[in-house]
Design a protein around this ligand. Structure first.
Ligand SMILES: [Zn+2]
Length: 66
């Protein structure tokens, strides 16, 4: 699975990043798995709605919010 640049994801032990190559990194962007091999979690609207704390998450690379 290739990540979508307009979405936010969680991976790398809780790091939040968007789907761009620059922020997600090669591994996550192209394979959907972070460097440790864990599948990244897509912060879909459904996931965000179910977790109020997720509303404030931002990409740690470029600052993009959800
Ligand atoms: Zn970003």
């Amino acid at each position: 699975m290739t990540l979508v640049s307009g979405m936010l994801y969680l991976g790398d032990n809780g790091r939040c990043f968007c789907g761009t190559l620059r922020c997600a990194g090669m591994s996550a962007h192209f394979t959907g798995r972070d460097i440790s091999g864990q599948e990244v979690l897509a912060l879909t609207p459904e996931v965000l709605a179910a977790d109020p704390a997720a509303e404030s998450v931002r990409c740690e690379g470029c600052g993009k919010g959800s």
